[in-house]
Design a protein around this ligand. Sequence first.
Ligand code: GLN
Length: 483
Amino acid sequence: MHHMTLAEIARGLADKKFSSEELTQVLLARIAQLDPKLNSFISLTPELALSQAKAADARRANGEGGALLGAPIAHKDLFCTQGIRTSCGSKMLDNFKAPYDATVVAKLAAAGAVTLGKTNMDEFAMGSANESSYYGAVKNPWNLEHVPGGSSGGSAAAVAARLLPAATATDTGGSIRQPAAFTNLTGLKPTYGRVSRWGMIAYASSLDQGGPLARTAEDCAILLQGMAGFDPNDSTSIDEPVPDYSASLNGSLQGLRIGVPKEYFGAGLDPRIADLIHNSIKELEKLGAVIKEISLPNMQHAIPAYYVIAPAEASSNLSRFDGVRFGHRCENPENLIDLYKRSRGEGFGAEVQRRIMVGAYALSAGYYDAYYLKAQKIRRLVKNDFMAAFNEVDIILGPTTPNPAWKLGAKNSDPVAAYLEDVYTITANLAGLPGLSMPAGFVDGLPVGVQLLAPYFQEGRLLNVAHQYQLNTDWHTRTPTGF
Ligand code: GLN
C-alpha cells in the first residue's frame, strides 16, 4: 500500500479498494517502524490523522470526490498548525503551538488531506543538508550516511522512503528542488506569489515560496492544486486564476524550445552529473523538443547576492523571537538586555546566529549601500537575464545541483562550501520564477536531479514536461533499498 502515489491512492479510494482510515493506519505503522532510521518527523499527529481520515471516508460515502480527499500528507514544520507544535526546527519554537492554521494547511485540510505529522527541517529553513535542525540531522534513505538535502530534508526523506506519498515544503533558495534531487523525488517551487505565505514562518520574505514534494509530476500537480491560489491575508499573493494542473500534464512536447545555459556546465559540475543531464536532454529531444544554447551571464553573481539578501531579510524577520513577544525565554534574567541576549543565544543555533549577524551587518548604516543595495541591483540583472532568455525559449534546463548528496558532517566546518552548492537553484528565487527538479539518474548509488525553469505562472508547463519525461523514463520509480 505504501508504494502508491497520490494519483493511485485517489483511484483506489474512488473505487473503494481501501479506506483512507486503513491507509492512514498502514502509513502510521510504517512511520513508527522506519522513521527512527531517518529522523524525518519532528511531530507525529496520529489522532488528528485518524479523525481526518474518518471524516474523509464519510465525505466519500456521501458522494464527494477529489484527488486529495483522504490523501495522507505531512507538512514541513514551518507551516503553522493550530494547536500542534510548529517548531521551525528550532529550540526557539520548541514549545510553540500555533494558534491558527497556515493558509496552505487550511486549504489542504478543506480538500480532505490527512495530516500525518510535521517534518524535520533545517533551523528556520537555513541550510542545504538538514543538519542544522534542533531535532537532529535527517538521513538520506538512499544512503543513511549521506544528507537528504535541505532545508526540506524531512519532507524529502519521508516521501523518498515511502513513509507517505507527498508532503509540503518551502523553497527560499532551493529547499524544495535540492532535496528532491538528493532523494530521487519531483519537487516544484511555484512562482513567487502563487502559494500563500500566510502562516508560513518567514525566513526571507521576498524569496520564500511553498510547494509540493512528491515522487511524480502527476502528484505534484495534485498537491499544488490544493495549495495554490490568491489569499487576501498575504499581501504578496497574486490574484491570478489557478489553472487545472492535472489537465496540463498531457500536452505534446513537439516543438517545445528548451534553453540550456552554457554557464551551467562550467567547472564545479560533477562530470557524471553533466552526462546524466545530457541524457535527459536527448530524451526530451526524442519527444519533439528543440534544444538551444542560451546564456545567463550574471549567474556567477547570484550566490553572493542571495547570501546578502536572504540573511538581511532573516535578521529582520527573526527579530521577533526575543523571549518576550515570541520564542524561548532564558531562566532568571538579570535585566532586559540579559533577557534578550541569553534568550536569543540559547534559542538560536549556530547557523541561524551566523545569518542574523551577516544580515544585520549588511543592513547597517555604513554598509547598506555597499552590500544590500548592490545585491538588489544584481538581483535585477539576474531577473533580466531570464527575461531575455525566455524571449527565445519556453523552458530552461540544467542540473539541480553540482554534486550528489554529500556525507553527513562533510560541510559542517565550512558554511561557504555548502552555500556554493546552491548555484543552480537560487537564481529562480531571486527572479521569482517557478522551477522543478525531477529524477535524472544516479551517481555512486545517489540520485541526481534535472532542473526545469519556466516563465512566471507556467507551473503547468513544468509539470507537462516532467510528466512526459516520466512517461518515457523510469528513474522516478526507483526505490531506496530497505524502504
Ligand atoms: N540553502 C539555502 C539557504 O541556506 C536555501 C534554503 C531554502 O531554500 N530554505 O539559504
